[in-house]
Write a protein that binds this ligand. Structure first.
Ligand SMILES: Nc1ncnc2c1ncn2[C@@H]1O[C@H](COP(=O)(O)OP(=O)(O)OP(=O)(O)O)[C@@H](O)[C@H]1O
Length: 578
């Protein structure tokens, strides 16, 4: 039987790591992990994340990796009162195999930097159809090999082998990642099949002889605090609205000011990483601030589903129901995950919860990467309800918004890194390069750039070239390959309705010289062409012509908002976004 409670352990790790890593990095990485098991016998901590890039980031970024391992091992050594270190495994829902972030050692780790990271490359898991019964044989030999190699307990669905020590009821959420099941859309997390109502034998791996029967309220209120909490960093102040998110932002503020009066339910739709969760938590945080007595529940749909499964398993349906129906504000993230018709029971439960709350004039906020009408397997009556309030769409931010987000991120980093100085051209570079991509991608790139500059002590020497170099693996190849000087010249000639010969010719009239300078600027900005090359392509012998054009347009853009808008429009069009 375990002596260390997984939740306590994880909460302490979170607290500890906050002293070493900036909040924004943590929010995008460590705080997005869910702890699954802490097996003291094999000294293994297993965590999971919904998005593989989070695991990759933790795995590959030395600064994050080291800080994470140190915090985990600090807390482990403090609580276990010995000097060994833990093997940390991060699984990603839907991945072929788990990743070992660090291996268990009997001695205190050295301060190696960068740390050694081992990835498992064994036989991939076989995906298999979901059945009501978990398999009796180990799922595949992939994990068995991993277990052998790293001295982990063998994996089978026998309870003592899956979790050897801690009672399973007090773990925050059980996403059984060792049993890789088929996924509907390739990114759905594995969630246990719903048992029939009243059934108590569908999850043998959850049973241990001395597992106490948990109270659903306890599951929801105490042991699972971490899955129900609002993220205090996601506020309206830290969200930068712009373009399509403006409407969502204003509506969200409106809801937070007057919950359950106008837009109910409030459905936030958008692709991954565009700020849906942020806005939803901002609503929760603002309601909490304005109306401290209101009960707010914030949960992801897969956690809702898992808790529902647990409640059925432990015959606590009534408590589950009451807990959800007693809230004043229900915030559910990624509602699309329950659209599978295997989760018909959860959909029905949610339907009744939904009705009870809206009838009682309680606020519901949902986020989703799929529009209600496109949720093919969602019950029609739920789709209708989702559409009955306000549905807002968040599109990828425009270049200006991306620049503003970049600036705000840099300002935040400056609180910690006083030497950090990033010139405007680099900020613009982010605005254009990350156009039509997610804010999460942008954040990832900024974290990578700043970490690299910090390690190389170049915090005050960041240039576009340096950013391109550090981020070469993250910038889509197409941007580098498709664009060329010729393409930009053709495009600009067409945009300004002038002949290409005049654009690349020697005439100095403003109607040609201005587009020419813009074209030169873009050759530098978009494809990072060398100045001599650009000058030559425009028939100039002296490379200072291109330097002059680039500097002039950059400076003019600072002073002239119309010019800035026009160039942003041209870039969008060149990139094929308009
Ligand atoms: N407009 C914005 N201003 C500031 N930060 C933003 C903005 N949009 C997104 N972010 C940040 O980007 C990150 C990703 O946002 P978030 O998690 O809310 O995305 P999401 O749309 O919920 O993605 P997913 O569907 O994958 O969960 C967060 O750190 C969030 O704070």
């Amino acid at each position: 039987m375990s002596n260390i409670n997984l939740n306590d352990f994880w909460n302490k790790v979170r607290e500890d790591i906050e002293n070493t890593l900036p909040k924004q990095i943590l929010e995008s990485t460590i705080l997005r992990l869910l702890p699954l098991t802490l097996d003291e016998a094999s000294k293994t901590l297993t965590l999971t994340t919904m998005q593989s890039y989070i695991r990759d980031f933790i795995e590959k970024e030395p600064m994050i990796n080291t800080a994470f391992r140190n915090s985990v091992n600090n807390i482990w050594q403090r609580l276990s009162q010995n000097n060994s270190t833990l093997t940390i495994i991060i699984t990603t829902v839907g991945d072929k195999e788990p990743t070992i972030v660090s291996e268990s050692k009997e001695t205190v780790p050295t301060d190696e930097f960068p740390p050694t990271i081992t990835s498992y490359t064994g036989t991939p898991y076989e995906s298999e159809p979901l059945t009501n019964q978990l398999p009796t044989e180990p799922i595949s030999n992939g994990y068995e090999q991993l277990a052998q190699r790293y001295g982990l307990p063998p994996i089978s669905n026998k309870p003592s082998q899956v979790v050897t020590s801690s009672p399973t009821y007090d773990e925050p959420i059980r996403i059984e990642t060792t049993h890789k099941k088929s996924m509907i859309d390739g990114k759905r997390p594995y969630i246990p099949e719903e048992p029939a109502m009243g059934s108590d034998s569908l999850f043998p791996h959850l049973e241990t002889a001395d597992t106490p029967q948990p109270d659903a309220n306890t599951i929801l209120n105490e042991n699972n605090k971490s899955i129900l909490q609002l993220n205090p960093a996601y506020t309206f102040d830290t969200f930068i609205p712009g373009g399509s998110s403006q409407m969502a932002y204003v509506a969200a503020q409106n809801i937070a000011e007057n919950p359950a009066t106008r837009y109910n339910p409030f459905f936030i739709y958008g692709k991954s990483g565009l700020g849906k969760t942020h806005l939803m938590h901002a609503i929760g945080n603002e309601i909490k601030r304005r109306y401290p007595s209101l009960r707010i529940m914030c949960i992801t749909s897969e956690n809702f589903l898992n808790l529902f499964v647990q409640a059925i398993r432990f015959k606590k349906n009534e408590e589950f129901r009451n807990t959800f129906r007693k809230v004043d504000v229900l915030l559910i993230d990624d509602i699309q995950f329950i659209q599978d018709n295997r989760y018909a029971g959860t959909q029905m439960e949610f339907f009744h919860t939904f009705n009870a709350l809206t009838d009682g004039k309680k606020q519901i906020v949902l986020t989703s990467d799929t529009l209600p009408q496109d949720m093919d397997q969602m019950e029609d009556r739920l789709k209708t309800r989702f559409n009955s309030g306000l549905v807002v769409t968040i599109e990828p931010p425009n270049s200006e918004t991306l620049e503003a987000i970049t600036k705000s991120y840099i300002d935040k980093q400056r609180e910690r890194l006083h030497d950090l100085w990033i010139p405007n051209e680099v900020i613009r570079f982010f605005g254009t390069t990350y156009y039509n991509r997610s804010v999460r991608d942008l954040q990832g790139a900024l974290i990578k750039l700043i970490s690299a500059a910090e390690m190389e002590q170049k915090l005050d020497q960041i240039t576009v070239e340096y950013a391109r170099y550090v981020l070469r693996d993250l910038i889509p190849e197409t941007e580098e390959t498709i664009l060329s000087i010729t393409y930009i010249q053709d495009f600009i000639a067409d945009y300004f309705k002038i002949k290409k010969e005049l654009l690349v010719g020697q005439k100095r009239n403003k109607q040609y010289a201005h587009p020419r300078q813009i074209a030169m600027y873009l050759c530098r900005e978009l494809i990072n062409e060398s100045y001599p090359q650009i000058s030559q392509a425009f028939g100039k012998k002296d490379h200072t012509t291109a330097i002059h054009a680039y500097t002039k347009i950059s400076e003019d853009m600072e002073k002239n908002a119309d010019l800035k808008r026009m160039i942003s429009d041209i870039i969008s069009k060149i990139n094929g976004h308009n």
